[in-house]
Structure formats: C-alpha cells, structure tokens
Design a binder for this molecule. Structure first.
Ligand code: IMP
Ligand code: MG
Length: 177
C-alpha cells in the first residue's frame, strides 16, 4: 500500500499536534454544552476518534453517511445514505468532516440539519482544499489547508482504499490509470 504514495503531505506527528490543538479549543468552546458531534462517514472516522479523545468535556456522538463521490471526481449530487439516530432539536451540533472540496457535501448537511431546529450547527473539517470551493461553507474549525491534489490516508480514500494510512499523502499517477 505505502509504495503507491508519491509524497507525504501531512505527517502522523503533524496530524497529532493539530488534533490536540483543536481538542483544546473545542473543550473551551463546548464546555457545559454537551454537543452532539456528527461524524460524516466514512472519511472522518479516524479524525473523529482521535479528536474526541482530546476533548475534555461531555460530548455525544452520532454518524451520518452521504454519497457524492466516485473515484476522484464528485458527481455533484448529494444523498443521505445513513441518517442520524439522535433527535437534534435544541442541540448544539458539531459536524466533523475529513475534507472540504467543492463544499457541496457540507453545504447540504448544514442545510438539512438546520431544518431540524438545532440550537447551533458548526463545522470542523480536517482539511480544506485550496481553490476548489464552489459553494461557500462556513468552516468554524479546521486542521490544514492543502493544495488542489487528490489526497488519501487518515480516513480519506481512493475507491475505498488507503484509509488506514497514518498520514495524508498524494497517490502516484499510475495508481489512477
Ligand atoms: P465536496 O462535497 O466536493 O466538498 O467533497 C467532500 C467529500 O469528497 C469529502 O467528504 C471526501 O469524502 C471527498 N473528497 C474530496 N476531495 C478528496 C480527496 O482529495 N481525497 C479523498 N476524498 C476526497
Ligand atoms: Mg467523505
């Protein structure tokens, strides 16, 4: 698997340091609010599980799955594949996502969650891809800006593979062909 990676973009150590920093900030911001942290399956799983362990206040978690990607290009249409099991009315919601690319996924999620009358909706995205945004999405917390390249690892996949890399890297071109 590792031989398919052309370049490591963000190391395991850099991810760890950033997750700790975000955890501290979220601990402060969500003290006594008992937020519902919503993990966007499947890409955000690694990030969520590390992030939650850096938060030192009570949080609940739930999972949502949406589809829009096939291979390396977004189909543009977002669908709910798995919905929440929790009633979000009156709750402070924090959506945890792996990457903001065109913004379609997060824009859709924010819109449908707001219709359910939560107290607040905020977004924490590990990555933001530069220069790709088609829809403006308010990201309240983020880890790293990355260049416009297709990345894998630490939850992010190419055709469902490479999620279990400990770092975030760029695939070799020959892997796509
Ligand atoms: P958006 O809707 O275009 O913002 O895309 C967001 C979703 O596309 C993310 O949740 C990822 O699952 C996927 N995605 C976007 N860019 C990448 C990438 O570089 N590598 C892996 N997945 C990506
Ligand atoms: Mg995803």
């Amino acid at each position: 698997m590792k031989e398919d990676i052309k370049k490591v973009l963000i190391t395991e150590e850099e991810i760890k340091a950033k997750v700790e920093e975000l955890g501290k900030t979220l601990t402060e911001d969500y003290k006594d609010k008992n937020p519902l942290v919503i993990c966007v399956l499947r890409g955000a799983v690694m990030f969520l599980s590390d992030l939650l362990r850096e938060i030192d206040t009570f949080v609940d978690m739930d999972f949502m799955a949406v589809s829009s990607y096939e291979g390396t290009t977004s189909s543009g249409v977002v669908n709910i594949v798995k919905d929440l099991s929790t009633n979000v009315e009156g709750r402070d919601l924090l959506i945890v996502e792996d990457i903001l690319d065109t913004g379609r996924t997060l824009d859709y999620l924010i819109r449908i969650l707001k219709e359910r009358n939560p107290k607040s909706v905020k977004v924490c995205s590990l990555l933001i891809k530069k220069g790709r945004e088609e829809i403006k999405v308010p990201v309240d917390y983020y880890g790293f800006y990355i260049p416009n390249e297709f990345v894998v690892g630490y939850g992010l996949d190419y055709n469902d593979k490479y999620r279990n890399l400990k770092y975030i890297g760029i695939l070799k071109e020959e892997v796509y062909s």
